[in-house]
Design a protein around this ligand. Structure first.
Ligand code: NDP
Ligand code: 8X3
Length: 248
């Protein structure tokens, strides 16, 4: 299979790329940091194609897809994984630039890559789009404001895509992970404050990027007649019973 992964230079995307290549699949690994992708390519060999792609520049995406080398041209699986959270300030203290960057990446970026890849899947009547959403798309939490809203978009867009694809063999899944340690997610969210990022994961057993890589691989290798619509996963230590009451 030929799998295009956005955000392949770190975290879930890298974990999935390693697993796919180990099983003989081809991977188009996309991200902004070419040095990271090249280092991965050194490890993974010719089944891994590093491609510089900034999903927050939608006008560049169609040409990047059209220019893929012949060997990698047919995209069997698209994993829309590139994404980020910025900040955990309450809405009234948040930075508008952070909000805009999350919308540009998590919403417009994901839309743009999907728009460039989906028509060929429909024409072939086969393909699979896996969107990496989040529990934040379903469960509100303090400081989750626009990040959670972008992931709510990803969830509903995934469900609506599948609704449009009725009668085709093209599958769509929204994967919704909870707290996952060991990726760069919180380092990015706290603008490089690594101590603050580490605190998010202290004191309990987290899921890891490898856990999510395993789940993504399982989805990709699942039987072609099954569509997993949504898959929400959390560490056992985390639950959704967080309704807060401010007592006097
Ligand atoms: P990481 O920060 O470790 O990885 C994010 C990846 O996205 C990197 O490869 C980064 O590469 C890429 N990326 C970011 N912005 C862009 C862009 N504009 N264009 C292209 N690539 C981009 O995070 P995770 O692996 O933890 O997260 C992956 C996805 O999972 C995200 O969508 C995140 O929202 C979601 N998620 C994460 C959870 C967690 O707790 N970790 C839980 C639930 C969901 P580069 O910087 O090189 O461009
Ligand atoms: C990341 C998971 O709980 O930090 O999407 O929002 S959480």
């Amino acid at each position: 299979m030929n799998v295009l992964i956005t955000g392949a230079s770190a975290g879930f995307g890298e974990a999935l790329a390693r697993r796919l290549v180990a099983k003989g699949h081809q991977v188009i690994g996309c991200a902004r940091r070419l040095d990271r992708l090249n280092a991965l390519a050194q490890d993974l060999g010719e089944l891994f194609l590093p491609v510089v792609m900034d999903v927050s520049h939608p006008e560049t995406i169609p040409k990047i897809i059209a220019d893929l080398p012949e060997f990698f041209k047919q995209i069997d699986v698209l994993v829309n994984n590139a994404g980020l959270a910025l900040g955990t300030e309450p809405a009234h203290e948040a930075d508008l630039n952070d909000w805009t960057r999350m919308v540009d990446t998590n919403i417009k970026g994901l839309m743009s890559v999907t728009h460039a890849v989906l028509p060929a899947m429909v024409a072939r009547d086969s393909g699979y789009i896996i969107n990496v959403g989040s529990i934040a798309g379903s469960w509100p939490y303090f400081g989750g404001n626009v990040y959670g809203a972008t992931k709510a978009f990803v969830k509903q867009f995934s469900l609506n895509l599948r609704a449009d694809l009725v009668g085709t063999q093209v599958r769509v899944t929204n994967l919704e992970p909870g707290n996952v340690a060991g990726t760069e997610f919180s380092n990015v969210r706290y603008h490089g404050d690594d101590d603050k990022a580490a605190q998010v994961y202290s004191g309990f057993k987290n899921m890891t990027g490898d856990d999510i890589g395993d789940i993504l691989l399982w989805l990709i290798e699942s039987p072609a007649h099954i569509n997993v619509n949504r898959l929400e996963v959390m560490p056992v230590a985390q639950t959704y019973n967080g309704l807060t009451i401010a007592k006097q």
